[in-house]
Structure formats: structure tokens, C-alpha cells
Design a protein around this ligand. Structure first.
Ligand code: BG6
Length: 474
């Protein structure tokens, strides 16, 4: 099995987001986004979002890795690795600096033309996430971001502009990055400062509904603009296991997973499941859902499911079992069978195979693994290549289990993109030292460094994986 190839059209590649790599935060008419007011957090802590730009505070995303100016060099390196695709996102504030303008910013649109043209020149398919963890700050301050129904129209206008402009360049789209994160971290996912609301839970689920409707409307419009588009949803896949075989632990675990299927059920089926409706009733959450919203949800179901998968967790029904481990915005109990990363994310390759099976059994839609990778501290010795064997081990294990899911279990997986294929700013902590890349970037947590790019050992390993179409993982 391990030496078998994947289908010829399998999309191997890498992934980044605009706000974590572009920099140039105030260049080319760009407005301020929530990512621009996210200060660097400390190890193990979240990020602090300031009210506006505060003098003297360091904002790592402002320069990030300067992809805005270095995209040609970076895409050439991706091409050297043999990428078939490259996933990035659009910085909303490059296109509509405030978010509610009627005219798009031509300089912003032209930048993404250049990026996509460069990809296509190298035979690399651009994969575009429309909204990845940044919201125009103006929309946050003036409208309360996604707590306001008006956001649907602003977002749909953005999508229509992008679909029309890049209709001949981009085929694969995703509407929102990790849409299920809105209830875990409303600020990063949707520009919502929960401390400003009396009933944050009600408001988060309302905002989630507006995002779901906005996504569905975008899918419908995208299909009208170009019927060849493939438009997907994207979720953080939060695999968790019951701690014991007790029915109570398993029931608790099921409820845990249901919090996330809440989103994918709507985006794939076009309506809230009976279980989701009961959940809202139990929580006494009454949503503003119009008859038109229901029609929009039905008309805008997705073509594929994009997932991020990094780790797994464990659930217990026993309240005395303390939460012992965190990771990727989730919390759970330590799994004694698994190793942990430098950031204590529990490494679980088999879990990827289980996740792919779970999703395919449930929806029978193609799945695109658009994020998987290892955030680790790399030791840089001047003049020597980084020997990131730990990253190779992680990727090898996950790719091997992905292959089992495809070749043994029959799951339809469209492609696989390594997260942070080039070192970038961590989303949850703002650190640079949490490196995912197969390409090293000379920059540290204080924003110092030359931004020079260097190939790591994993660069050469992944190149060989792609060249062999997955048949060689050595
Ligand atoms: C995903 C996000 O959840 O995890 C990315 O879509 C993020 O934006 C990635 O970078 C890894 O998380 P972190 O916090 O290590 O950057």
C-alpha cells in the first residue's frame, strides 16, 4: 500500500493565508483589518487585539514574511518543490479597505492578478480562501462585524468582485476558513469582541448564521458567474475520542463533535439538522432566520469539504477529569498513546484516516486536506541546512494514513496542502518561532531578520513525495 501512487490529478501543494504572510499592511490602498491590530501573544496564550493601532505595540502581521513583495521568489520555490496547487487567501481590506465601499480598490485586485498569474506561469493551480481570519476593522467598529445582518451583503459583494475578476484564473474557492472556529474564537474568526455583549453565545450563533447564509449566497453567485468553479466549505476538523468505553463518555464525545458538524451539516445539506435545532432550543438561543435565508442555504450547498487537521483530543463525561491539554483552539484530556508537538498539540496520523472516513461516510463529498503540518522550533545554524526530520516524520505519518483512507477505504480526497509551506506568523500566538515551513524565513519574534529564504531538509523530502505522486515517502 505504502508504495502505491495516488490519482494523477491529485492536488499536492502548500497553504498560507494572506494576513500571515503578505505583510504590506498599509500599502496599495489597503485598509486596516483585525489581523493588523493583533499583537503578538506569548507561548501558550492567545493574542491581544488592541483597539486600533497602538504606538509602541509590535504587530507581527504588519510585515509578516513580506510575501507581498517576494511572491515571485516564493512561488518559484513552490514550483521547484513540484507544487500542483497553492492555497492562499484574499486580504479583504486590499479589495475593499473599509468593507462597505461600492467600488473595489484596483491596486488590491491587481496584486492578486500578479500572484495568480505567477502561479499559473509555473503550472500551479491557485486555491483561494475568500476570508481567512481577518475582517475589515471599519466593519467591526461601525457595524459590529458579523453580529450584523448587513455583513452578508458586504461579503457577497466581495465574493462577486473576486469571482468576476478571477473567473479565468481561479477554479477552486473556499468561502470561510474554519467556519466552525467562530464559537471557539469569535475575534479571530469573525471580528467579534465578545466582552462587548451581554449574551455572547446568542450573538455568536447569530453571527454564525449570517456567515452560513453569506457563504451559501456566494456559492450560488459563483456558480452563475462560472459553472466550472468548485466552491468548498472549510472546517477545522476537531477529532476527539471518548476517554473510556463507557457509554457516558461516548455520548459526551458525540455531543462534542456535534458542535462542529452543526456547521458542515448546513453547508453540505442546506439546512440545520433536527439535532442542531434542538441544541439551540436547549441553549435558549433564538436565531433571526428568514424564509429567504432558508432558501439561500438550500441553494448554496458546497462542492467539496476543505479541512484543517493537525491533532486529536480526548473527551470525558466526568467533570472531575481536568482539561490537561490545549491545541488549535480546542481543549481536552491527554491521550497517553500520542506524542506531542513543541506546542503540546497531540500528534495523531491515524486520526487523519479516521477523520477522512467520518466525513466521507457522513457526506459523500470530495474532501480537500487544505491544512496539515507541524509547528516546531527549528534550530538554525549559520551556513547549514535545517535538519527538520521531526517535520518529515509528522508529514510522512499523516500522508501515509491519508493514502490508506484513499486507497484502502475508498475516501475521495482531492488534494493535500502542507500548512505554512513557508514559515509564517502563527495565527494563534503571533510567533515566528512556531515554524511550519519547508522553506525557512530569516525573521524572529521581535521582527528582526533579513527575510532571506532557505530550503530545509523537508523541502527536498516533499519534492520527492510529489515527484513520485505519493508512492515514495522515504
Ligand atoms: C489553522 C488556521 O487553524 O491553524 C491557520 O487556519 C493557522 O491560520 C493554523 O496558522 C496553525 O495554527 P497556529 O496557531 O499554529 O498558527
Amino acid at each position: 500500500m505504502l508504495n502505491q501512487k495516488l490519482p494523477d490529478d491529485f492536488l499536492w501543494g502548500g497553504a498560507v493565508s494572506a494576513n500571515q504572510c503578505e505583510g504590506a499592511w498599509d500599502i496599495g490602498g489597503k485598509g486596516i483589518s483585525t489581523a493588523d491590530v493583533a499583537a503578538a501573544g506569548k507561548h501558550g496564550q492567545g493574542r491581544l487585539y488592541t483597539e486600533g493601532i497602538v504606538e509602541g505595540v509590535y504587530y507581527p502581521n504588519h510585515q509578516a514574511i513580506d510575501f507581498y513583495n517576494r511572491y515571485k521568489e516564493d512561488i518559484a520555490l513552490f514550483s521547484e518543490m513540484g507544487f500542483k496547487c497553492f492555497r492562499t487567501s484574499i486580504h479583504w481590506t486590499r479589495i475593499f479597505p473599509n468593507g462597505d465601499e461600492t467600488e473595489a480598490n484596483e491596486e488590491g485586485l491587481a496584486f492578486y492578478d500578479r500572484v495568480f498569474d505567477e502561479c499559473l506561469k509555473h503550472g500551479i493551480e491557485p486555491i483561494v480562501t475568500i476570508s481567512h481570519y481577518e475582517t475589515p476593522l471599519y466593519l467591526v467598529e461601525k457595524y459590529g462585524s458579523w453580529t450584523n445582518r448587513k455583513m452578508i451583503d458586504f461579503y457577497v459583494k466581495l465574493c462577486k468582485t473576486l469571482f468576476e475578476r478571477y473567473a479565468s484564473k481561479v477554479k477552486y474557492w473556499m468561502t470561510f476558513n474554519e467556519i466552525n472556529v467562530i464559537t471557539l474564537n469569535p475575534m479571530i474568526a469573525a471580528g467579534i469582541r465578545t466582552d462587548k455583549y451581554d449574551n455572547p453565545e446568542q450573538m455568536m450563533y447569530q453571527a454564525a448564521h449570517y456567515q452560513l447564509v453569506a457563504s451559501a449566497k456566494a456559492v450560488k453567485i459563483g456558480r452563475e458567474i462560472n459553472p466550472d468553479f468548485k466552491i468548498g466549505m472549510m472546517m477545522l476538523y476537531p477529532l476527539s475520542y471518548a476517554e473510556t468505553c463507557s457509554p457516558e463518555d461516548n455520548l459526551e464525545n458525540m455531543h462534542n463533535m456535534d458542535l462542529h458538524y452543526y456547521f458542515s451539516d448546513v453547508q453540505t445539506r442546506g439546512y440545520y439538522s433536527p439535532k442542531a435545532q434542538k441544541f439551540l432550543e436547549r441553549k435558549q438561543i433564538a436565531l433571526d432566520i428568514t424564509a429567504e435565508d432558508k432558501l439561500d442555504l438550500l441553494a448554496g450547498t458546497v462542492d467539496y469539504i476543505g479541512i484543517s487537521y493537525y491533532m486529536s483530543l480526548v473527551t470525558s463525561a466526568n467533570p472531575e477529569r481536568k482539561i490537561k491539554v490545549k491545541g488549535n483552539m480546542l481543549e481536552g484530556i491527554v491521550n497517553p498513546y500520542l506524542e506531542k508537538s513543541d506546542w503540546e498539540w497531540q500528534i495523531d496520523g491515524v486520526g487523519l484516516r479516521i477523520s477522512l472516513n467520518n466525513l466521507y461516510d457522513r457526506y459523500q463529498l470530495p474532501i480537500f486536506i487544505v491544512e496539515n503540518g507541524l509547528g516546531a522550533v527549528d534550530e538554525k545554524i549559520e551556513g547549514a541546512m535545517i535538519q527538520d526530520d521531526y517535520r518529515i516524520d509528522y508529514l510522512r505519518e499523516h500522508i501515509a494514513h491519508m493514502k490508506e483512507a484513499i486507497l484502502t477505504d475508498g475516501v475521495d480526497v482531492m488534494g493535500y496542502t502542507v500548512w505554512g509551506c513557508i514559515d509564517l506568523v502563527s495565527a494563534s500566538t503571533g510567533e515566528m518561532k512556531k515554524r511550519y515551513g519547508m522553506i525557512y524565513v530569516d525573521r524572529n519574534d521581535k521582527g528582526e531578520g533579513t527575510l532571506r529564504r532557505e530550503r530545509k531538509k523537508s523541502f527536498h523530502w516533499y519534492k520527492n513525495v510529489i515527484l513520485s505522486n505519493g508512492s515514495s515517502l522515504d
